[in-house]
Design a protein around this ligand. Structure first.
Ligand SMILES: N[C@@H](CCC(=O)N[C@@H](CS)C(=O)NCC(=O)O)C(=O)O
Length: 213
């Protein structure tokens, strides 16, 4: 496919999954270029030239090279019509960003590959598992509390998915991977179920891109 919009990603990367969901909701056609994190490709010079943080996602679009999933998502929202990922209302937008940041800033860095490799080397595999489960549960507890504090809406802040939802869904996928018990997060699970009714969910899902999958 000769497509100028290129997403450098990894199938199981939750930050990449956020961007895939946003691209899909915005109905932006793109081409994927996998960067094999398990094989260390993020640290190769060719990828460091794309992103000096040695991470995915990276999005090439409009002659630009964008990094950081939330910055990418906001760029897409500001430059493309159609499905809106952030509200115009500053109060709602602040809440959307706060929820997105619980995932992207407060949970995700503590469960990143680099972090977990370091925890494992210091404390072993069991310590790594307890570490990641603890930090995912702690963040989702806060996310759930924010959702529970306001009347139930289909998605985080309304009837359609926005930036908070495209962060939550990959985080829940990641939580299941690490065998976190989601029983205590009914609002979060309900949003995941609502999202699963949308084509974007299936177009972007990691299982679709799993090696041999
Ligand atoms: N804050 C960044 C985080 C990017 C990030 O850490 N991505 C992970 C995958 S989810 C990664 O590439 N990790 C590589 C590593 O830890 O070596 C974003 O939101 O894009």
């Amino acid at each position: 496919m000769n497509c100028k919009t290129v997403l450098f990603d990894y199938w199981r990367s939750s930050a990449s999954y956020r961007v895939r969901l946003a691209l899909s909701l915005k109905q932006i056609v793109y081409r994927r270029v996998p960067v094999n994190l398990a094989g260390g490709e993020q640290a190769l010079p060719e990828h460091l030239a794309r992103n000096p943080m040695a991470a995915v996602p990276v999005l090439d679009i409009d002659g630009l090279r964008l990094t950081q999933s939330l910055a990418i998502i906001e760029y897409l929202d500001e430059t493309r019509d159609g499905h809106r990922l952030l509200a115009d209302d500053p109060a709602i937008k602040a809440k959307e960003r706060a929820l997105a940041l619980i995932v992207a800033a407060d949970i995700h860095p503590l469960g990143n590959l680099t972090t977990l490799n370091r925890v494992s080397s210091l404390g072993g595999e069991q310590a790594k598992l307890e570490w990641v489960q603890h930090h995912i549960s702690r963040g989702l507890t806060a996310f759930e509390a924010v959702l529970a504090a306001t009347p139930r809406t289909r998605f985080c802040t309304g009837s359609v998915p926005g930036v908070a939802d495209v962060c939550l869904v990959p985080q829940l996928y990641n939580a299941v991977r690490w065998e976190v018990d989601l029983a205590a997060f009914p609002h979060c699970r309900a949003i995941d179920e609502a999202f699963a009714e949308l084509p974007a969910y299936h177009e972007s899902h990691p299982d679709k891109f799993a090696p041999n999958g």
